[in-house]
Design a protein around this ligand. Sequence first.
Ligand code: TRP
Length: 375
Amino acid sequence: MDIQLYDKYGFNPNCPSPAEAHPSDTYGKSLELSARLEADILTNPQNHVLLTGDRPTGRLHIGHYFGSLLNRVRLSGLGVKTYIVIADYQVLTDHEVFSEIAQNTKQLVIDYLAAGLVPGENCVIFPHSYVPELNQLMLPFLTLVSNAELERNPTVKEEIGAAALKSVNAGMYTYPVHQACDILFCKGTVVPVGKDQLPHLEMTRLIARRFNEKYALKKPILPAPFALLSKSPNILGLDGSQKMSKSRNNAVFLSATEDETAALIKKAQTDGNRTITYDPVNRPEVANLLVLVSLSTGDAPEAVAARIGDGGAGALKKALTEALNEKLRPLRAERARLEKDPAHIRRVLLDGVERACKTAHQTLTEVRRAMNMEI
Ligand code: TRP
């Protein structure tokens, strides 16, 4: 990567400026930066390194699929160098159960490949626990942030509230620094994430900037990454709750059968109004089902609503079941094939680990050199 692209703070002058990227960013600002980033990726895919990740806590559902997976497949298909980190260590911050992490990791890989990601030189998929030199960045990075900064992270605070842990472990407060290691080990510049991850990206930018200022002022080595926010609408749970999530039993998994999909949709929450209209504000549950038909077929939600009209919730659910099952059929067939080939999944992971280790080694060498710690 051409370091000239970055100013002394590690910011790319062709992209958002340091002032704009200050931690006081508003969501609106982030959306604007994200749109500019998207435009730059389309014209100069070779100038960007995309990194994103998932915690291996379970299988992916259609919310993940429409909200992020399809976007990753699209961007990676443009030729942007892509890293997908499976954040297995992060699971330990708020889960007591650890016995399923490796199993979930493999299921994630199956979902990725079935959705169309092609692993290899341009798409590196790996669990971060397997990349020692990525983890080694954690120690110098921890010295670049204060306890107060760790404690005020709103996403961490929310997770502490939601996890109802007996006691909060230090990993909970420090994982955003580890996430900075995930992003900076490969000099990631584009991070497709949801809104909840913005504080972590601010933390990553802060670390990159402070590192460059302290250790690499003349020749910055860590670029500042920016969020690429999803443009697809937020998918609600089928029970009408705010978020589709496996713990609430309101999600259609990519791995579900067509019958399971039909049964879940049958139980989906709607309202008493028989005439189907697209009104996200007043009829969020019906709108959510219409959006899902729209995402599955490519037709606008208003057009789907008009077609169903007085057919009522029954007709809407039938339309959604058919559309979604049809959309997911090839993915599910590929999924089933991959499930029968665990050796291949393991090879994909080990190949990703090898590539990630090479990159991490290069970055750690540069970091060590900048810190004057090379012997
Ligand atoms: N924190 C992210 C989540 O909960 C997962 C993650 C780990 C991640 N490392 C990352 C996302 C690096 C983007 C970049 O979903």
